[in-house]
Every structure is written in structure tokens, then in C-alpha cells.
Design a protein around this ligand. Structure first.
Ligand code: AMP
Ligand code: ZN
Length: 505
């Protein structure tokens, strides 16, 4: 193989700022700094929210695969996010506290812990740091004081950012969309529909659970302010990549960018051509939505699907991760019980095939060696697959192209087993599916409300197998029907003999 074929593919990432795929190089050599907008902890994350973090984790793993150190910050929004992204309505945290008669702090602690449990179950590498919005209020006030004279104005309801002071406001969203902002509940007195709250004054005579003193009276910070302040506090300015869901490309992130430009503008705070580049992050990346045609994906409307509800029905969380990786992060992904069931079956097949290889292996450990070592020492039969994998994930994280390469490695019957396992371990560093440690038994999670244990199901299947061997089809059908009545679908003809699954709906 020529030198060229051995050299790694350059990493290219889609930048929402330019709407193009660009070659990625970190600002500091060998070190990438990444900030991801985190959850608003007034409720459980739905599985759509979690797609955003499977995406950031894939990004992080690919940066690591490319040999970079990564500092990754995810924030916890425990104040400031209103029921409408554009400053209308109630604070989501205050509203949740009122509805449940619990303190905001209790609610935040409960849902933060639940979110971290989801992150761990999805094998998402914990961020280098979780930043919590309420820990940064003094810094937010200081930031607001600096930008207020040239960019803000005060109304009874608080301090507002005048988006007309920033030429090119909204470029990330594809331009200023006053009509869209005007459709959102207007706040009386705003100069422009897209202006947004920097500080929200507590209404006279009303005490909020969370409020702080400020030069603009008692109140609470605006949601957009927190991410500008925390990202810069932990990652500096500029840093490399800022991520979020595609909805953030329209309001939250343009507002962060406007704040950053205002903060870094010199000479009286005027944002001009020289300061327009102070967007905070060089790259802004957005995952597309997970959609559910049955409408079960709105955190504020309730009745949504959580990872807990999937695991409660016996689905391994990494099946959901595999479902996410099967689609490119910039494509919409439709969620359905069938899609999830197919991902679970694919994961089972992978795990069973790997278990079979492990049983035949010489007993080496399959820790991935360094990529350059792997490149130099890999069995020649596998080298093209390694290069294809590297090319796929380097091409704006094309996981749908990378995944079938795992199956291809498994199918390389002429290559020694240990060599194949070694390459799969390396791939899994980027995919995060725990392919080498998951066992078939782990994937047979019993649903929380199961009426039968896996051992009982297996015993019934053995009885059915025996009945079929005796050509007693009446008994075999009876066993099948009674299993179905208890929520266990028996799948005949599965070549891998994974003979049952728990019905998903
Ligand atoms: P939130 O907790 O509402 O602030 O959202 C957390 C993250 O989930 C944000 O990055 C959102 O953009 C993202 N998000 C919200 N809904 C979806 C969805 N259906 N699919 C993918 N990402 C989403
Ligand atoms: Zn944010």
C-alpha cells in the first residue's frame, strides 16, 4: 500500500456559520475546545434531546480518534429558559416548581441526576466539566454591564439587547427574520421583534424563587446570556466548536453570537467588520431532530418518550445509540418502535457475532492500540477497511457509512480472529457501542413490568423447540400464543436463533 493510502483522511466538519463542510483544525495545536448547550432541567430529557448528546459524543470521539485532546463543556440550564425561546412566557423552572409544589433547587437536582444517568447509559463520555448556570450569575451581570451602554435598553420587564446594534445579526439563522420573531408573543416596548432579554426583572410585588440583585433591579438572567458567559469562562475566546440542536440555530445561537460580538467590540462597543468575527466559536454545529409522527417529542407538552421508558420496556439503551448512529447527524431521524426494534436486532447480531469470535480468540486483550501502531501492524486484509472507516468518520461524522464496516470486518473469514477483534475495538472507540464488552445476555433486558423472567422465557422456548422436534405443532402454537399473551413475541426463522423479543408497543 502506498504512503498516501496510509495517511489519515483530513477531518472535515459542516459549519453552520458558512453552511459548508470545511477542513477542521483546532485553534490550539492538538487540542479542541467544545461547548454543548445542555438540558433545561425542569423535566426528564426526551429521546430527541438525547440525540443531541449522542451527536456531541460522536464529535468528541472522532476528535479523539484524530489524535486531539478534547476539553468538552456541557452546561446545565437551571435558570432563564422561558417557555418560548424568544423571551415570552414563564421561566420553565419556575413553572415546573409551581406545578409540583417543590423548590426549583429540588427539581433541578432531580432532573440533572436523571440526565446524567441517561448520558452514562448511552455510553456518552462525561464532559470535562458540567457548568451550572446559577453558579455564574455574577459573571453574567458583569458581562451585561459591559455590553449594556452600547447595546442594551431598559424596559419595566428588564434589560433588552438591541439587535439593530449588531450588523449582520442573525446570519447564522440565514438572515434576520423579523416576521418569525413577530409571530412570537411580543414583549411590550421592544425596539425590534428579535431583541431579547439580557436581564428579566422580577415583576413588582412578586417574589421569584430564583432572583438576584443587579444594576437593573432584582431579577434573573436571560437564557442566551448564560451560554456566552460560561463558554468563554471555561474555554476562552475564541474556542473551537459550539453545538446544539437545529432549533438553536434560529434564535439561541444567533443571540449568543450577537452578545459575543458586542462583548469583544472595542472603541465604544461598535460592532463593525473587524469585530464581526468575534462569534465566540469558530465552528457552530447543529444536529437535526429526532421526529416522532405520533407527536411524542415535546418536553413542554409532556407525554414524551424518555430513555427510561425504553429501558422500562426492555430495550437496551445502546440500541437507541445505534439507531442514532445509523443516520447522519444532519438528517432528520424518524423514531418508531419498528426502527428501534431493527436497531436492537442489529446490535444483537453484532454482539453475538463478536461473542462467537471471542470464544475462538487466543486470549489477547482487544484494547485498541494507537491508530498509527494499528496502521503499521494491521493484517493487510483489514487495512482497506481501516482507511474506509477513517474516511467515513472524517467526512463530517458519516457514521451510517462507518457502521457497515464493522459488519464487514466480522465477515472477513480469512483474517485471524484476534486481528478482527482488534480492529473492531478500534472502531468502537469512535462508535461508543461497547461492542467488545456487551454480552448477548445484557441485551435481553426484562421490561420493568415483565410478567416473565428471561430464564422462564428460555424454558418455554426449549419446551416449544422440543414440541416442534416431535412435530407436535398444536403444543408449539399453544406455547407461542401464551408467550404472546404475556408480551413476548417469538420470532421463528431467526438465523441467529435469537428467538424472542419483547413487543415494543
Ligand atoms: P432543552 O433541554 O430543551 O434545552 O434541549 C436540549 C437539547 O436537545 C438542545 O440542544 C436542543 O436543540 C435539542 N433538541 C430538542 N429537541 C430535539 C429533537 N427532537 N431532536 C434532536 N435534538 C433536540
Ligand atoms: Zn446554550
Amino acid at each position: 500500500m502506498s504512503e498516501d493510502q496510509h495517511s489519515p483522511a483530513p477531518l472535515r466538519l459542516f459549519n453552520s456559520l458558512t453552511r459548508t463542510v470545511e477542513p477542521f483544525a483546532p485553534i490550539e495545536p492538538n487540542h479542541a475546545r467544545v461547548y454543548s448547550c445542555g438540558p433545561t432541567v425542569y423535566n426528564y430529557a426526551h429521546i430527541g434531546n438525547l440525540r443531541a448528546y449522542v451527536f456531541t459524543d460522536t464529535l468528541r470521539r472522532v476528535l479523539l480518534w484524530k489524535g486531539l485532546d478534547v476539553t468538552h463543556v456541557i452546561n446545565i440550564t437551571d435558570v432563564g429558559h422561558l417557555t418560548s425561546d424568544a423571551d415570552a412566557g414563564d421561566d420553565k423552572m419556575e413553572a415546573a416548581a409551581r406545578a409540583s409544589a417543590r423548590s426549583i433547587w429540588d427539581i433541578a437536582a432531580h432532573y440533572t441526576q436523571a440526565f446524567k444517568a441517561n448520558i452514562a447509559d448511552l455510553n456518552i463520555i462525561a464532559p470535562s466539566e458540567w457548568t451550572v448556570a446559577t453558579d455564574y450569575v455574577p459573571q453574567m451581570i458583569a458581562f451585561a454591564q459591559k455590553i449594556a451602554p452600547a447595546h442594551c435598553y431598559q424596559l419595566d420587564s428588564g434589560l433588552y439587547f438591541d439587535t439593530a446594534t449588531v450588523p449582520g445579526y442573525g446570519a447564522l439563522a440565514g438572515g434576520r427574520d423579523d416576521a418569525a420573531h413577530a409571530r412570537i408573543d411580543p414583549v411590550a416596548g421592544k425596539r425590534n421583534p428579535s431583541d431579547f432579554a439580557i436581564w428579566r426583572a422580577s415583576p413588582p410585588g412578586e417574589q421569584r424563587q430564583m432572583e438576584w440583585d443587579s444594576p437593573w433591579g432584582k431579577g434573573a438572567p436571560g437564557w442566551h446570556l448564560e451560554c456566552s458567559v460560561m463558554s468563554e469562562a471555561r474555554l476562552g475566546h475564541p474556542f473551537d466548536i459550539h453545538t446544539g440542536g437545529i432549533d438553536h440555530r434560529e434564535i439561541h445561537h444567533p443571540n449568543e453570537i450577537a452578545q459575543n460580538q458586542a462583548f469583544h467590540a472595542c472603541c465604544g462597543g461598535t460592532v463593525d467588520a473587524a469585530t464581526a468575527g468575534f462569534t465566540g466559536a469558530r465552528w457552530w454545529m447543529h444536529n437535526n431532530f429526532l421526529v416522532d409522527r405520533s407527536g411524542k417529542m415535546s418536553k413542554s407538552r409532556g407525554g414524551f418518550t424518555t430513555l427510561f421508558s425504553l429501558t422500562g420496556r426492555g430495550v437496551h439503551p445502546l440500541a437507541y445509540r445505534l439507531l442514532c448512529l445509523g443516520a447522519h447527524y444532519r438528517s432528520e431521524l424518524e423514531f418508531s418502535p419498528e426502527n428501534l426494534g431493527a436497531a436492537l436486532t442489529r446490535l444483537k447480531r453484532l454482539v453475538m457475532a463478536i461473542e462467537a469470535l471471542k470464544a475462538r480468540a487466543q486470549g489477547v486483550t482487544w484494547q485498541s492500540p494507537r491508530l498509527d501502531y494499528l496502521r503499521a501492524n494491521l493484517h493487510p486484509g483489514l487495512a482497506p477497511l481501516l482507511e474506509q472507516f477513517d474516511a467515513a468518520i472524517s467526512d463530517d461524522l458519516m457514521t451510517p457509512r462507518a457502521l457497515p464496516l464493522v459488519e464487514e470486518v466480522l465477515g472477513m473469514k480469512k483474517v485471524p480472529v484476534d486481528e478482527r477483534l482488534c480492529l473492531i475495538a478500534a472502531f468502537d472507540h469512535a462508535l461508543g457501542l461497547n461492542l467488545l464488552t456487551l454480552a448477548r445476555a445484557d441485551l435481553r433486558l426484562a421490561p420493568a413490568d415483565a410478567t416473565m423472567t428471561p430464564a422462564e422465557i428460555d424454558a418455554e422456548l426449549d419446551r416449544r423447540q422440543a414440541a416442534r422436534a416431535d412435530k407436535d405443532f398444536a403444543l408449539s402454537d399453544h406455547i407461542r400464543d401464551s408467550l404472546a399473551a404475556r408480551g413476548v413475541d417469538v420470532m421463528d426463522g431467526d438465523p441467529l436463533r435469537w428467538e424472542w423479543r419483547v413487543a415494543l408497543d
